[in-house]
Write a protein that binds this ligand. Structure first.
Ligand SMILES: O=C([O-])C(=O)C[C@H](O)[C@@H](O)C(=O)[O-]
Ligand SMILES: [Mg+2]
Length: 429
């Protein structure tokens, strides 16, 4: 029997998900963060799932896309990408995307960040309809599990008093001992064997001490430090000099390709980025100037799983290594990340994932890390199932919010504890 893969309905469900007080150079995570869940339902009743950023600007673009896809087929993904989708210019142009820390916010990146969830949902539906896993639709897997690194954050024990929030059991991490304790918890809970510390929070000397403490506690393990561009070229070189013997790579020590190229020319420590190369247009300058040696892909803003494969091929051609970036995300995205990571031959670094920080999810079964790895599902589509009750509960939280949490704003969250806080000018040190 031929199946009818015409899209009968697209459901968009914005939700608010609990998030611990993780610190970064712009501020601190809000107690709840917005995500958007996309469901593409075909005429014969197959449902494909996708997930992306849930802030208002993404929702605004998702609505016309949902209308456009309805009546087309889940196999018409290229046509979706060719759509001339108007982006409100007032939503773009910030020097660095507030809250996201993934480079400059362009209209194209905004569009791709929404399209990616639709692409993933269409691939999930195609896979379910054909009985094939998504990785098979992308050419097949080259590994049966994907390695992730423990994503360490400086962190308060809880959100400020008086702020509605879900408690978490990770404790505080505000100094080297706290960072090491958090890393141990990650290894006990999920078996991770490589570690990334989100830096740019404290003066570089303190973050150097934290990485040194990690190196002592976990000798020989891959370590990364990512201050999200908070340092000058001079500071970046000083940190690289002090940590050269323990770092797998230094991620975005400074902002922009010219400054990264300057650092790169003067250190042997590999530089990685998810800030100066976040679009295809930024590749040529960065790669020809040898500004970065490792690129962090992210299917959300690079425009989906197929674009991630294209990006991997370009990196391979230039001899640039590939790793994977993560913003706060749930299990649908982790499943998609794992499916695409399984297909990329040159993915030699453990991927980032915020998932261990998310106690809530919209799946009937949480995805497990075993020995720091996620097994690649061979079930049809993404191999995950939606928990509708949980989706409804997290959507109610979004619907009942007065608007303050619907757009991620780490600086606003920091001002609750420190009313004088402003997003720091860069470089900060
Ligand atoms: O690797 C990165 O730069 C990130 O993951 C950026 C994120 O937004 C992270 O810093 C965060 O959520 O605080
Ligand atoms: Mg980064």
């Amino acid at each position: 029997m031929t199946r009818d893969l015409t899209v009968a309905e697209v459901r968009l469900t914005p939700i608010l998900v609990a998030d611990p007080p993780l610190l970064n150079t712009q501020g601190v995570h809000q107690p709840y963060t917005p995500r958007l869940i996309v469901e593409v339902v075909t005429a014969d009743g197959t449902t494909g799932l996708g997930e992306t950023y849930g802030d208002t600007k993404y929702l605004e673009l998702a609505r016309p896309l949902a209308e456009h896809l309805t009546g087309r087929r889940v196999t018409d993904v290229n046509e979706l990408f060719a759509l001339d989708l108007a982006v409100d210019e007032s939503r773009t142009g910030a020097a660095v995307d507030a809250g996201g820390l993934r480079g400059v916010q362009t209209a194209d990146k905004l569009r791709l960040s929404v399209l990616s969830a639709f692409e993933v949902a269409c691939l999930d539906a195609q896979g379910k309809a054909s009985g094939l896993p998504v990785h098979a639709l992308l050419g097949g897997r080259v590994r049966d599990s994907v390695e992730y690194s423990a994503y360490l954050f400086y962190k308060w024990a809880g959100h400020p008093d008086g702020v509605a929030a879900e408690p978490d059991d990770w404790g505080a991490a505000l100094d080297p001992a706290g960072v090491v304790a958090q890393a141990r918890r990650f290894t006990e809970r999920h078996g991770f064997t490589s570690f990334k510390l989100k830096g740019g929070v404290f003066p570089p000397e303190e973050e150097i001490a934290a990485v040194r403490a990690l190196a002592e506690a976990f000798p020989g393990r891959p370590l990364r430090l990512d201050p999200n561009g908070a340092w000058s070229v001079e500071t970046a070189l000083k940190v690289a000099g002090e940590l050269h013997d323990v770092l797998e790579y230094l991620e975005d020590p400074t902002l922009g390709t010219p400054a990264m190229a300057e650092v790169s020319a003067a250190t042997e420590v590999p530089l990685a980025t998810n800030m100066c190369v976040t679009t295809f247009g930024e590749i040529r300058e960065a790669f020809t100037r040898d500004a970065v040696q490792v690129l962090l892909c992210d299917h959300h803003y690079w425009g989906g799983l197929r674009n991630t494969g294209h990006l991997a091929a370009i990196c391979a051609a230039f001899g640039v290594g590939l790793s994977m970036h993560s913003n706060t995300h749930l299990g649908i995205s982790l499943a998609a990340m794992t499916q695409v990571a399984a297909t990329v031959p040159g993915l030699h670094h453990a991927c980032d994932s915020h998932y261990p920080w998310q106690a809530e999810d919209v799946l009937t079964e949480r995805i497990a890390f075993t020995g720091g790895r996620v097994a690649v599902s061979d079930a049809p589509g993404l191999g995950v199932e939606l928990d509708r009750d949980e989706l409804a509960r997290l959507h109610r939280r979004w619907a009942e919010d007065d608007g303050t949490l619907r757009d991620r704003d780490d600086a606003a969250a920091m001002r609750v504890a420190d009313p004088g806080w402003r997003t720091p000018a860069m470089p900060r040190w």
